[in-house]
Write a protein that binds this ligand. Structure first.
Ligand code: UDP
Length: 405
């Protein structure tokens, strides 16, 4: 099949770990590569966000990246991109109508890509598959007045779910959210993300560490919802352990990062500053060695559409203590591959950490079960096979998606 993947703000070629860069970039890159591995032809369309970018890049994994001219050729925060979605959609429609390549199916990632893709899909009779990668309803619930999403996001997401040919959901929690939003269950296909097992596996080098202290690792962008502050608050109750935080801007820019400064101040006020290390962004190829250096990975977000880092940690043979939210509630099996704790609860997190860090046998058992779970369920190949089957159903139908209200 010829598959168009539309990822307006998240280029598969982008640097990871910065504020707007994260799981979606990895997801699109890995999925595109895995679909190529299944014999499909894949083009990824992403916004041209730098004047130095060529129009077309052939990624080494065998897919093509097209930089779409929509809005200024510079970085624009995700929440300000809606203004350029129309231009993006018109460009896609024009390409698919008049260009030399027409997709059999278009898979949009994130709601704004969904709007652009639906516009083009309707005009070119291209079936549209949508993955949300996070929902406005959930964000609004957690961030309230501080939600910077464009007004209307929730309404657009509802309309998109009804208009797209298929909606790919990543976890059970998302199914419930979408049903409550009014998206028909019959449209949904549950296909979780995968993990790169070449990059993330138990054998291999581990980052240097202090053998006298347990290492708690936590990974993610420097944003409040990732719950780093809860891990720091739990640390005073977990003796002899250090907390290494990976992610955010590059190390040299951390001192200027407002959130990183707040975390450092919090560590100071909790009396654990000597046990908290903020590393900043770590290149993806070095992530495996950081996971392997840890006794436990803590994934403590307040909410999480899916969460790749618990999968990566599990693949590296690291037990995970995760909050019982979003995709983490599916990927971490409580009492088998790790422990689930309530979000925003440093006391519960501290209790789980103390129990696990003082029980080497339990850590070993969790790690073994985690690796086994990843191997049997979370390969990108499996994900690509399942998505290929989803695409095939709509590509055969090939009907025009109804208009967004
Ligand atoms: N990551 C990375 N370097 C960093 C921090 C994160 O390569 O310094 C990667 C991490 O390995 C994972 C992704 O960024 O693949 C984060 O994905 P996740 O789904 O956990 O969170 P998101 O950023 O999408 O909210």
């Amino acid at each position: 099949m010829r598959i168009a993947m539309i990822s307006e703000h998240a280029s598969p070629l982008a640097v990871l770990g910065e504020e707007d860069a994260g799981g979606q970039h990895t997801h699109v890159a890995e999925l595109a590569a895995a679909l190529v591995g299944e014999g499909h032809e894949v083009r990824v369309y992403t916004r041209r966000d730098s004047s130095g970018l060529p129009e077309v890049v052939d990624a080494s994994a065998g897919y093509q990246v097209r930089h779409v001219p929509a809005g200024p050729a510079q970085r624009v925060p995700k929440d300000e991109l809606l203004a350029y979605v129309g231009e993006f959609g018109r460009w896609l429609a024009d390409q698919w109508r008049h260009g030399d390549w027409r997709p059999d199916v278009a898979h949009a990632h994130f709601w704004m890509s969904g709007l652009a893709t639906l516009h083009a899909g309707r005009r070119t009779n291209t079936p549209v598959v949508l993955t949300y990668h996070g929902l406005g309803t959930v964000k609004r619930r957690h961030r309230g007045a501080r939600d910077t999403s464009p007004p209307g996001r929730i309404g657009y997401e509802r309309a998109l779910g009804r208009a797209a040919d298929r909606v790919v959901v990543q976890c059970q929690d998302e199914v419930g959210e979408l049903v409550r939003l009014g998206v028909p269950r019959s449209k949904m296909a549950l296909v979780p993300s995968g993990v790169d097992e070449q990059m993330f596996h138990p054998q291999g080098p581990a980052a240097p560490r202090d053998p006298a202290r347990h290492r708690i690792l936590t990974v993610g962008r420097m944003v409040e919802r990732k719950g780093f502050q809860d891990v720091i608050r739990a640390l005073p109750t977990v003796p002899d352990a250090e907390c290494v935080v990976v992610g955010g801007p590059p190390a040299e820019l951390l001192p200027a990062d407002g959130f990183a400064r707040r975390l450092s101040a919090l560590a100071e006020s909790c009396g654990v500053a000597d046990r908290v290390k903020l590393l900043g962004a770590v290149p993806r190829k070095e992530m495996g060695s950081w996971y392997r250096s840890a006794d436990v990975l803590v994934a403590a977000p307040w909410y999480e559409p899916f969460g790749l880092t618990p999968l990566e940690g599990m693949a590296c043979g690291v037990p995970v203590i995760g909050t019982n939210v979003g995709g983490i509630a599916d990927t971490v099996v409580d009492g088998l591959t790790g422990d689930l704790v309530p979000p925003r609860d440093p006391r519960a997190l501290g209790t789980a950490l103390r129990r696990l860090l003082t029980d080497k046998v339990r850590r070993f058992a969790y790690a073994t079960a985690a690796v086994d779970r990843i191997r049997s369920r979370y390969s990108w190949k499996r994900c690509a096979e399942q998505l290929g089957a989803v695409y095939a159903t709509v590509a055969q139908v090939g009907r025009v998606a109804p208009a967004v209200a």
